[in-house]
Design a protein around this ligand. Structure first.
Ligand code: FE2
Length: 189
């Protein structure tokens, strides 16, 4: 059986998590590429790509239920999930959102949008904890309710994809890393 903490092969994985670092520093995502980078909109775009890659992996796990489960992939996804989600939320809520609220263009609509996003973050973090437990059980070969796990997986990755799409449309509004406003770049560098 694969023990928690065992180094994992990542050859068939889309995300780049290499270590499990859900320590006291919530800013860490456990993703070597993200944790080595400086926060900013470039970082956020990479972080969103990592989240979408994780969604794809979770979808593949859901599609493999009940007979073709790759247990190593379940353990890997379980390890990546919590730290990645919490680290990104930490960045958004402590750096990006306050920066946007401080802008002279901030209005009530922005305030409502940020409240909605924070609420979704909270929901996703709770959901991610439940899903982590389910994936660890699946990965360890324990008996699980396959239908329930499939339902959880789909609920989570569909919700996360919607959240990222909403952020891109209503918050980043199509801003790409190479087009970012200098003010934003200065504020988060
Ligand atoms: Fe978010």
């Amino acid at each position: 059986m694969l023990e928690i903490g065992t180094p994992l092969e990542k050859s068939d994985m889309l995300t780049t998590v290499t270590t499990y670092t859900a320590g006291p520093n919530e800013a860490k995502t456990g993703n070597a590429r993200l944790d080595a980078g400086k926060w900013g909109l470039d970082w956020l775009h990479r972080a969103q790509e990592e989240q979408l890659a994780l969604c794809l992996e979770l979808e593949e796990i859901a599609d493999s239920l009940p007979a073709s489960v790759n247990r190593q992939k379940c353990i890997y996804a379980a390890k990546a999930l919590g730290p990645l989600i919490k680290g990104i939320h930490h960045y958004e809520e402590t750096v990006l959102f306050p920066q946007m609220q401080a802008s002279p263009e901030a209005n009530d609509h922005l305030a409502m949008t940020l409240e909605r996003l924070k609420f979704e973050h909270c929901e996703d973090e709770c959901f991610a904890e439940e899903l982590t437990d389910a994936l660890l059980r699946l990965g360890s070969g324990s008996a699980v309710n396959m239908e329930a796990v499939g339902y959880m997986l789909r609920g989570f990755f569909e919700g996360l994809r919607r959240h990222i799409a909403f952020e891109r449309e209503h918050l980043l509004m199509g801003v790409r890393p190479d087009e970012r406003p200098q003010a934003a770049a200065n504020a988060v560098s």
